[in-house]
Design a protein around this ligand. Structure first.
Ligand SMILES: C[S@@+](CC[C@H](N)C(=O)[O-])C[C@H]1O[C@@H](n2cnc3c(N)ncnc32)[C@H](O)[C@@H]1O
Length: 298
């Protein structure tokens, strides 16, 4: 049955395992047929055969929960789970999946899987498999990592441009300081090859710099990636977030999927007063810069 209600996104997750559904592929294809613009994301243990469960189907995002790179640690949380299968699933998702499917390895830091060697190993594997993202999550649950917390997550060794760090959703509440982007000293907006606007620049708990905005190519097409340099920090992201306001205001916009969000743990470093951003498009790049003013301390 067709509905007049527009659905932005469908996430298959909850407390179950979506890929245990014998006809998971049919769900994805039914949603695609009824509502081609809806973004579909599945979160899975990846303890499945990729080709048997998702091969030949286009799904926008595949998130694989895989907390560890050693079986003895992995199985503490994933009872009877197979690390080997989860790794193979991620590799196959890039090897045999649709080329536009975004594949993310979600790695929650617990008290046994958080050794720096393990985190470096995960980054080597993520590069080897060509994953789009490796997300380390700092959590506050009982068996959380004590090595990497909200206050120390900037110490996580970063070896890959695919690596991102984020606190678990439940930890993101708390104090925040908003910065003001000074337009007179910034180079943002519509430029030769691309447009980029920053909507918000703030620092949240754990000294986490959060920068959100949107970007599109000059012809309205989606950009390949956006890179942020803030002090000694460098991070790359894609424009995943839906911005219907931008799509409505820009008649040539390819679609609403043009929003970006950076989360950069600053550690002991102070709030950066300059941001450099580079937008990469198929045949071009475009540089932007932002001067940020922060409220005076005290
Ligand atoms: C419960 S799972 C269900 C979906 C799927 N079976 C899976 O394991 O990814 C949903 C999400 O909860 C997350 N999760 C599980 N334990 C967690 C914890 N202690 N702290 C934060 N997130 C957790 C998983 O990483 C996953 O992304």
């Amino acid at each position: 049955m067709r509905s007049d209600i527009a659905v932005d996104e469908v996430h298959y997750l909850g407390w179950g395992e979506p890929l245990l559904h014998p006809n998971f592929r049919d769900l994805v294809e039914t949603v695609r047929a009824l509502s081609p613009g809806t973004i579909q994301e599945v979160t899975t243990t990846g303890n499945a055969d990729f080709r048997a469960s998702l091969g030949g189907t286009y799904i926008d995002r595949v998130v694989v929960s895989c907390d560890g790179v050693r079986q003895e640690e992995y199985q503490k949380y994933r009872i009877n789970g197979s690390l080997e299968e989860a790794l193979r699933f991620m590799r196959d998702a890039k090897l045999h999946g649709h080329p536009d499917t975004f594949v993310e390895w979600k790695y929650i830091l617990f008290d046994g899987n958080d050794h720096p060697d393990d985190l470096i190993r995960a980054q080597v594997l993520a590069d080897e498999f060509g994953l789009d993202s490796l997300l380390f999550i700092v959590t506050n649950s009982k068996t959380r990592s004590l090595r990497y917390t909200n206050d120390t997550m900037a110490e996580i060794p970063i070896r890959s441009r695919r690596t991102k760090i984020s606190p678990a959703a439940a930890m993101m509440i708390g104090s925040r300081v908003s910065g003001h982007v000074d337009p007179a000293r910034s180079q943002l907006g519509d430029r030769e090859n691309a447009s980029l606007y920053i909507d918000e620049c703030r620092v949240t708990r754990g000294n986490m710099l959060t920068v959100s905005g949107w970007s599109l190519g000059a012809d309205g097409s989606y950009v390949d990636e956006v890179e942020l340099i803030a002090g000694s920090h460098r991070q790359v992201t894609q424009t995943h977030d839906l911005r219907h306001d931008v799509a409505a205001a820009r008649s040539n916009a390819q679609g609403a999927r043009c929003g970006f969000l950076f989360r950069v743990p600053l550690g002991g470093q102070s709030m950066p007063d300059a941001l450099a951003l580079t937008v990469r498009l198929r045949n071009h790049t475009q540089d932007f810069s932002a001067a940020v003013q922060w409220p005076a301390a005290g």
